[in-house]
Write a protein of this length. Sequence first.
Length: 238
Amino acid sequence: MSLDDHSHDSTIVDTLHPHLQDPTDMGNLLLTGKALIEACSADTSTLFLNMLMDIPTTRNRFLGDPINDVIQAIEKVGEGLRCLSMVECVVAKSTLATIARYGSSIGGLLLQCYNPSQSNRCRDRGERCEDPTDEDMANVLKSCPMLKFLWVDSLASPGFFGNKCWKSLEGGCCPLLQILWINSVKSTCAKRDISTAKPAFIRQILAGDNPLSRSLKFSMINPDSEYTSITSSPPDNS
């Protein structure tokens, strides 16, 4: 079964579909911001948003405003939102504030995101006033008591899942959380001991007796994608 089987299901809005890709220029979206907003309603419970960005270093282009149009889409769905996936999207402080406002029923949250300071809207790359912060993300967590699945992969540096987020989780703001996958570092390489949150603080919380450690069934924190297993077969020099 695939999402095609749910093509007439008004509870799902899915922007990750071949028909929304430009066949003459793969990577560019045919989706407009207006169409995204019109597709959403109070009946919608699941939003799969993909490549809604305006990053000059990529070939992908979204025919809309990747921040304000997404905010309007989430507002149309309202508190009935159960699952939100934003993969390769621009996420701003205002985006997270909107998710927090309508987060009471969210059970699944996936954020793989760029910062607004990386987008075409930013004339000064040093201007980060719209970039999300640790406190912004912590407010999201505190507003999602039904959260069971959380995946955050920051495509920007620095990430925004820091000490405040971990402290909120330790305090039990998401008592049902079972799956936790966080990639939030200060650099995109050499990830060891340079996470946005203090590594010792993360280890202390995961190893402690607290609501987070008791609810979790799986966690992956700052995985090193360049790691080579020491169990790999040695080269054959014969």
